[in-house]
Design a protein around this ligand. Sequence first.
Ligand SMILES: C[S@@+](CC[C@H](N)C(=O)[O-])C[C@H]1O[C@@H](n2cnc3c(N)ncnc32)[C@H](O)[C@@H]1O
Length: 219
Amino acid sequence: MEDPIRRHPTRAEQLDILAAVSSDLCGPGDAVLDLGCGTGYFGHLLHGRRPDLRYVGFDRKGESLGAAAANLAAWGANVRLVEGDLANIGAVAGLDGPWRAIVSVLTFHDLDDPAKAAVIAWAARRLAPGGAFLLLDRIRLTEPSLFGLQRSLWARLERIHGEGMRTADDFAAYEQDLGSDNRPATLADYARWFADAGLAFQPLHLHGNIAILAGARRG
Ligand SMILES: C[S@@+](CC[C@H](N)C(=O)[O-])C[C@H]1O[C@@H](n2cnc3c(N)ncnc32)[C@H](O)[C@@H]1O
């Protein structure tokens, strides 16, 4: 399966990290939930490492789930795809877990902040002992005075990878681009929401402005 999102030069490395960490977290036959699975690319990568696991993909787009069903056919009976809205995930049946790993890739920026916090709290209550919630998404930039440094970082990535990651030329343009389907949260907000949900929080990886954040169930 080809990666449906090719715009991020750091995505391959970060997805590989996420797949490695999730795989190592899981014992034989454990279940992994992917929130905002799209066409199933993470499920595809996970299957390459751990075909013994059970994988459930959740997304609001039936069309994407249709493509995921075809892309993830190798999972056989160990894949399940569920359609629904993350903003209303408490009302969705059949997702109670317990989940050894809950992952979400490039999806949380689509949610408003109360929904982000609510999904993290929902996930925390459904993790198996030793389980973790692993979130990969863009982090919000908040400081005009740091934007020049961010641009240098994007420029370096462009030089190395030959493709762009920059989303704006200056901070005003960056802020203008934020909207209802593009509202990344700050690292500080994520730290607070994970702590409020009772999870031990740690950023695992940060590249450009895209982070992998971990929230582990204690005990
Ligand atoms: C940028 S795509 C990423 C897809 C996949 N995780 C990947 O990395 O290839 C974001 C996905 O999140 C899903 N999504 C966004 N908001 C959602 C919501 N409120 N409920 C469920 N799915 C949502 C979209 O339908 C889309 O498939």
